[in-house]
Design a protein around this ligand. Sequence first.
Ligand code: G6P
Ligand code: MG
Length: 224
Amino acid sequence: MSARESIISAAIFDLDGVIVDTAKYHYLAWKKLANEIGTDLSVEENERLKGVSRMDSLDIILSLGGLQFSEVEKVAMADKKNTWFVDYVNQMKPDEILPGAKNLLESCRANGIKVALGSSSKNAKAVLDLLKIAHLFDVIVDGTMIKKSKPDPEIFLLGASLLNIPPDQCIVFEDAEAGVEAALAANMRCIGLGSPAQLGKANLVIPDLKNFTIEDMINLVPIH
Ligand code: G6P
Ligand code: MG
């Protein structure tokens, strides 16, 4: 690794399952929809939906259930799922910010590391506003700004470009296999949050951010 590649100037965070515990609400809403259309969605199957756009997630559920619907019906189903998701999110309290996340965002900023959000969710900005943490991000890239969702690197490359930081100086925090693949395809380093079985391609896998400090990040990759 060259000296240039070994430094970190920006951290890009996924939202659902990294900063806030909304991954469970996506799952509950998709499962409710799956049950309504005569199929189901297991916790294991749900892993395939993480980081994936709303319509692509629906396509995965339909294909797992061997079901087919028209485009018009699919849009109506996705809208329904989103209404349920938004209802759950609107009842969320600031204590559903995942342990360690806010602390890491604040220490990145205090140490001069740029901070971006890279979430495929079209609800991302609303969630950040609700939790009153939007101000902790220099740049917010969400599902309304991209054409291809993870595992395509588009979302992270757009984040790096808006921050004006080269991709090889960015580190990504992700809980989804598709997100880890997107980060690596963008030529960024990646810390996976979750199980090594799911996220083994990441440069480091940790269970969550609870005990992860900026010192741990700096030990992994020097900053600036
Ligand atoms: C994130 C989540 C996915 C979700 C996607 C789109 O990537 O991990 O589970 O499907 O965003 O979210 P949206 O809020 O736009 O439906
Ligand atoms: Mg996620």
